[in-house]
Design a protein around this ligand. Sequence first.
Ligand code: ZN
Length: 464
Amino acid sequence: MKLTFLGAAGEVTGSCFLVEAPGLRFLVDCGMFQGGREADAKNAQPFAFDPRALDFVLITHAHIDHSGLLPRLAAEGFRGPIYATEATADLLAVMLLDAAHIQEKEAEWRERGRRRREAAAPPLYTVIEAQACLAQLKPVAYDAEVAPHPSVRCRFRDAGHILGSAIVEARVTAGGQTRRLVFSGDLGQPGRPIVRDPTPVAEADVLVVESTYGNRLHKPLDETLDELVAALDETIVKRRGNVVIPAFAVGRTQDLLYLLADLHRSHRLPPVQVYVDSPMATKATAITIRHADILDAPTRAQLDWLRTNPAQPRFSFVQDVEESMALDRVRHGAVIIAASGMCDGGRIRHHLAANLPRPESSIVFTGFQAQGTLGRRIVDGAREVRIFGEDIPVRARVHTIGGLSAHADQAALLGWLRKFRAPPRQTFVVHGEAATADLFAQTVREQLGWGATVPARGATITLP
Ligand code: ZN
């Protein structure tokens, strides 16, 4: 039996693992590489295997760096089933179409900007191709056993990272021997809103574990809430401005809505009107509510309270562009949550253009801002930024609230590993920047005494 690390090896994106045995070949995740030109080149590279020869694919969760190349895989001949949890399947229907739409738009810009006689690169995949691959999805319930192949049994366990996220346990029988492979997917931080805590796993022969924040500890949620309240009070009550929050449509926006409703319930929220200005976030929120049965207990209690209590917080979901543009005329009392989370696209840009020049407004960042993004320039203290070809002065206050990560920190990762009854025979540390993955593997070796290593991209391991 062989395991090949095709992505998220020494980096955080492009998750894709190939498992092979005689008469069997499947993938766990088929993610897109993200972040700059190098990533674009990797996404366009031919697959390291023949897509037609795959039996099936297992998807841990809907984030594009775990699922974003599925349409390309299907367009290049993969016709088998794609297994994912029910909520992941619902989110993929929204997210893969959105990703395809972005691919088409970018290809259009390349076509317009190309020099004569030079061919512009086509889209990685089209909306039609994304739609086609959605038909291959096979939604499965958490913890249910599925048999995607006569020699494979697998289960999806709640990973507590985003709605529908899963740890994949696969029992693979080859040459008369059965081995238990466990892929952590992305693991959530225990005690965070919306999703349940990551499910402990007791047994693995081979473990592939993420390490995004394997080098640090997150702030407690209480401290984060206090920071959010302080920013809202200062901006809305004292300075009479607006609060603009760039947030990813899936995950972070729902976390924020939960926290704001919670503050409202405990009478800590100043009088505000909250606008969610992202059609994708609106869809993701509806999908989250539809899957209330897999949410954590505090979130279910909050949904019940919202349904029965007349003193609702004032939340509006903005649909059309005109309505979105009209928000820029609101002078004070608005909390505007919009995508993208790093401000490099989407409706957030015009809210920034309207509020950055106003010293009475605030911009509140709740997530990581990658190098080279507009969000990063603002966080780094730029006095002026360029939006829609105009130089916009930065006079609004900028807050960074750190404790909302959807990834387990070092202590939570180690805590999850400690639940294994015996050390896995092999442990591979993936999905972390090279230095972070190395440090986490070293921590696992020192603190748990396990033989953890960081595989190189493209490395194939023969399982003993
Ligand atoms: Zn993720």
